[in-house]
Design a protein around this ligand. Structure first.
Ligand code: PLP
Length: 386
């Protein structure tokens, strides 16, 4: 493939260090195929750096981790490496979780009852490990505060009465903050979470851990909301979690190549439609990347988006195509076929040594979206770790 995404291992490790300087106990979030970067690329780096707790979205991802651990000959450290699924797991897959020691997230009653039914129907002397998600204000997944007493009753009753000697183990009670940069709202949500935790302990329901921080909460308030763990994703991959940069290092470079160069006369058009009017006699480069590779089509509306060629900005002109874009090379000298084009990342000008950079945040602004969206859209392209 002409498009390539490079993962900078050393910068990922530096970001990990920055995160650990605030909360040293991490659940590394590698959901949705490690934000598109590939679980198989990211997991070995994290393991090498002594990460031992991982969160994925789906049971299939958790099973994939178990397989990778097996291949890395890391399987039997007595469950030292733990995996939780954050998203909904269908009842038909709960057996896989029980057999593979995968921890599930439970966030409503019907889900819990379905899981317990499976446990009793198909297992004996086994443990279902769950993280109970509670709603502190985001109103997405999670038990409400007024449901906790009922939940407590179900959990206690199950562990007392079930005939197959199965156990329901509550690994954690956790929640997720919806607007970390809004301090008043965050304090309200944390207070609610605290109140819910209290209901569990007042009713003598044992749970091992509590955790609340994702990247924005961790970087906004430092150690203030350190519970047993921080669940961290975006910061590891070099995405900036707050509206002002906190100094994380760039992990991602997306590159392609110039595959054609042509001269286009003033007032002629490039690409589909009529957006791409050339304002002066121009040297136009065609670059092999488009929306099929995950490049945000919306950046064509910004009139500002550019890529880097020999460390210099080359403006994108006209509509983004499925697998090509048009760039203005008029003011860049000595450009030729096959020259490298940086879409995200840094590039140095060979003549003067000046380095230009396009960050995920910059691309997100051009596309009027968020960094996570920019990154995960590149999920399908070829990755290399360096
Ligand atoms: C994705 C996710 C995280 C990680 O969030 P980042 O902002 O990427 O660090 C943490 N907790 C939950 C519940 C999530 O869904």
């Amino acid at each position: 493939m002409l498009v390539n995404l490079e993962i900078n291992k050393s910068n990922l490790e530096k970001n990990l260090k920055i995160v650990r300087s605030i909360n040293k106990n991490l659940i590394c979030v590698i959901k949705d195929n490690a934000y598109g970067l590939g679980i198989e690329n990211i997991l070995p780096i994290l393991l090498e750096n002594k990460c031992d707790y991982f969160a994925v979205a789906y049971i299939e991802e958790a099973v994939k981790i178990q397989k990778l651990l097996e291949n890395l000959k890391l399987k039997n450290q007595n469950g030292k490496i733990k995996v939780m699924a954050l998203n909904y797991v269908k009842p038909e897959n709960v057996g896989d979780a029980i057999r593979n020691n995968i921890e599930l997230t439970v966030f409503n009653f019907s889900q819990l009852l379905d899981y317990l039914k499976i446990l009793d129907e198909f297992f004996e002397n086994m443990t279902l490990k769950i993280h109970i998600k509670v709603n502190s204000g985001m109103n997405r997944l999670g038990f409400d505060k007024n449901e906790i007493l009922e939940l407590v009753k179900i959990v206690k009753k199950y562990n007392l009465n079930n005939k197959s000697k199965n156990r329901l183990e509550i690994i954690s009670i956790f929640s997720h903050i919806s607007d970390a940069e809004n301090q008043a709202e965050t304090e309200k949500q944390v207070e609610k979470y605290e109140k819910i935790l209290k209901i569990f302990s007042q009713n003598n329901v044992r749970y091992k851990y509590s955790h609340l921080q994702a990247s924005p909460l961790l970087f906004k308030y430092g150690k203030k909301y350190n519970y047993d763990f921080a669940r961290i994703g975006m910061a590891l991959y070099g995405m900036e979690p707050l509206s002002t940069d906190v100094g994380l290092l760039d992990v991602i470079t997306v590159k392609s190549k110039i595959i054609n160069i042509r001269n286009v006369k003033k007032n002629d058009k490039v690409s589909y439609g009529s957006k791409g009017i050339v304002k002066h006699d121009s040297k136009i480069g065609i670059v092999a990347i488009g929306y099929a590779h995950g490049l945000q089509k919306q950046i064509e509306n910004s009139n500002k988006a550019y890529v880097l060629v020999n460390g210099q900005k080359a403006k994108i002109i006209g509509e983004i195509c499925m697998d090509m874009i048009f760039i203005d090379l008029t003011n860049i000298e000595n450009v030729k076929m096959n020259d490298e084009v940086v879409i995200i990342g840094s590039q140095e000008n060979a003549e003067n040594g000046i380095v230009e950079k396009i960050t995920l945040r910059q691309m997100a602004r051009w596309a009027k979206t968020i960094q996570d969206d920019v990154l995960t859209k590149f999920g399908g392209i070829k990755k290399t770790v360096g």
